[in-house]
Design a protein around this ligand. Structure first.
Ligand code: AMP
Length: 214
């Protein structure tokens, strides 16, 4: 199954993609996480990407498309995958089509802007393994340390309030129009993001067609 998660920054795409990835045993591919890892490693792509991510701008299409092409060629994607944060522009959606990849389902997690702004303050990411948390909605069992690898949790630079506003504006301008693109293909489903992570997961599992655990 090939699924794509759409939604504003902070809508919960990454968290939900990880849950569905585990339930279906297919990889969740987050372009944001790949880019953050490249930045951390100081690769050429990372250095270039940083000049965009720091100010909440989108990384150029050709760079991101290159990253995704390489990742989707890996063996673990043969049985399907979940895309989290890609495509984010019409040009990226067309590039995915041009790769011959037909998505089965596009899930848009709908959260109003006021809620997004309210949520972003509590987001944390592990400085070691990149796992994501939310101080209120998805806390680590170890407080300000990662429950998987015990490294300290940090606030993403692009989660600063002024950067969030610019990312939201970018979402409405560049990414939200993709809903019409996938609606026309008949594969769009919309789910209202709930306050509790598990409640959103329930709605998503139904949309994906996975039976809830007894
Ligand atoms: P995310 O973790 O998905 O919010 O992504 C973090 C940042 O990485 C974004 O604000 C962009 O700067 C960059 N990024 C991630 N995915 C894409 C994409 N598909 N196209 C362009 N830039 C991206």
């Amino acid at each position: 199954m090939k699924i794509m998660f759409l939604g504003a920054p902070g809508a919960g795409k990454g968290t939900q993609a990880e849950v569905v990835s585990e339930a279906l045993s297919i990889p969740a591919i987050s372009t944001g996480a790949i880019i953050r890892s490249a930045i951390k490693q100081g690769t050429e792509t990372g250095l270039l990407a940083k000049t965009y991510t720091d100010r909440g701008a989108l990384v150029p299409d050709d760079v991101v498309v290159g990253i995704v092409k390489e990742r989707l060629a890996a063996d673990d994607c043969r049985r399907g995958f979940i895309l989290d944060g890609f495509p984010r522009t019409l040009a990226q959606a067309e590039a995915l089509d041009a790769m011959g990849i037909e998505l089965d389902l596009v899930l848009s997690i709908e959260v109003p802007d006021e809620e997004i702004i309210d949520r972003m303050g509590g987001r944390r990411v592990c400085s070691g393994c990149g796992a994501t948390y939310h101080m209120k909605y998805n806390p680590s069992e170890k407080g300000e340390r990662c429950e998987r690898c015990d490294q300290p949790l940090t606030v993403r630079k692009d989660d600063a309030p002024e950067v969030v506003l610019s990312r939201l504006a970018g979402y409405h301008k560049e990414t939200a129009p993709l809903k019409d693109y996938y609606k026309a293909k008949g594969i769009l489903k919309m789910v209202r993001g709930q306050e509790r992570v598990e409640d959103t997961t329930d709605l998503i599992m139904k949309a994906v067609g996975i039976e809830p655990k007894a």
